[in-house]
Design a protein around this ligand. Structure first.
Ligand code: UGA
Ligand code: MN
Length: 246
């Protein structure tokens, strides 16, 4: 089955480096379709050029985050993930009725994904979960599994979350996405870190989750974050003599 990876992305000095790293991973995954959603009012030249040369199936969308939501402490990329969901739903609207095979997951542009992760998520029947490294103030967070079922969460942060899992810690089958057409990420009432729970609540229950990565004992994805780059030595005026593609 195909894997849809929905990636929100926004313009900043490290953007092309992040996308390059991500494409180098995704290119090695069979039948992966990349849904890249720019947080912008229009498609940027940089990302358009990048997508054209990425060497993998890619859909390039864009939607700007309303200015009032661009504030520290508010969840990021809500509108972009919803745009990706809407595109996937529309694409499958006119295909024969379910079950249509396929898996969808939300791949932030700065995380680190092992190739094994994709083989694990490919067998998702409804909603699957696995550990995420370097998140929640710990070396990893993970679903706690007993007799093949998720019974709780090992987490350092807000253990009261119904699904204490990062965006990088779950995948959803296409069938579940299509049969819950109203399931979306919500701005209203969603605090940062609660987006995952608020979304998962709409489509599944903890009892129903499918643990992957050897009963959630292997970290196959890391919530890495890229250091903010120091451009303190950029010249005030353009000094270079030729135009550089950065
Ligand atoms: C954590 C979670 O891992 C994210 O899934 C969650 O969206 C985020 O918190 C949140 O606060 O909502 P974190 O590393 O803090 O992630 O967030 P970023 O990696 O900075 O952003 C998540 C994604 O949104 C990235 O793909 C990034 O490119 C994108 N983004 C970020 C935008 O599209 N627009 C922005 O203004 C900021
Ligand atoms: Mn991140």
């Amino acid at each position: 089955p195909p894997i849809y990876a929905i990636t929100p992305t926004y313009s900043r000095p490290v953007q092309k480096a992040e996308l390059t790293r991500l494409a180098n991973t995704f290119r090695q995954v069979a039948r992966l379709h990349w849904v890249l959603v720019e947080d912008a009012a229009r498609r940027s030249e940089l990302v358009s050029r990048f997508v054209a040369r990425a060497g993998l199936p890619c859909t390039h969308l864009h939607v700007p985050t309303p200015r009032r939501y661009k504030r520290p402490g508010l969840p990021r990329a809500t509108e972009q993930r919803n745009a990706g969901l809407a595109w996937v739903r529309q694409r499958h609207q006119y295909l024969p009725p379910p079950p249509q095979p396929g898996v969808l997951f939300f791949a932030d542009d700065d995380n680190t994904y092992s190739l094994e992760l994709f083989e694990e998520m490919r067998t998702t029947r409804r909603v699957s979960v696995w550990p995420v490294g370097l998140v929640g103030g710990r070396r990893y967070e993970r679903p706690i599994v007993e007799n093949g079922k998720v019974i709780g969460w090992y987490t350092g942060w807000r253990a009261d979350r119904p699904f204490a899992v990062d965006m990088a810690g779950f995948a959803v089958s296409l069938q579940v996405i299509l049969s819950n057409p109203k399931a979306v990420f919500k701005r209203r009432g969603s605090q940062p870190g609660m987006q995952e729970s608020d979304f998962l609540k709409q489509i599944t229950t903890v009892e129903e989750l499918e643990p992957k990565a050897n009963n959630c004992t292997k970290v196959l994805v890391w919530h890495t974050r890229t250091e903010k780059v120091n451009l303190g030595n950029e010249p005030k005026y353009h000094l270079d003599t030729v135009k550089i593609e950065v």
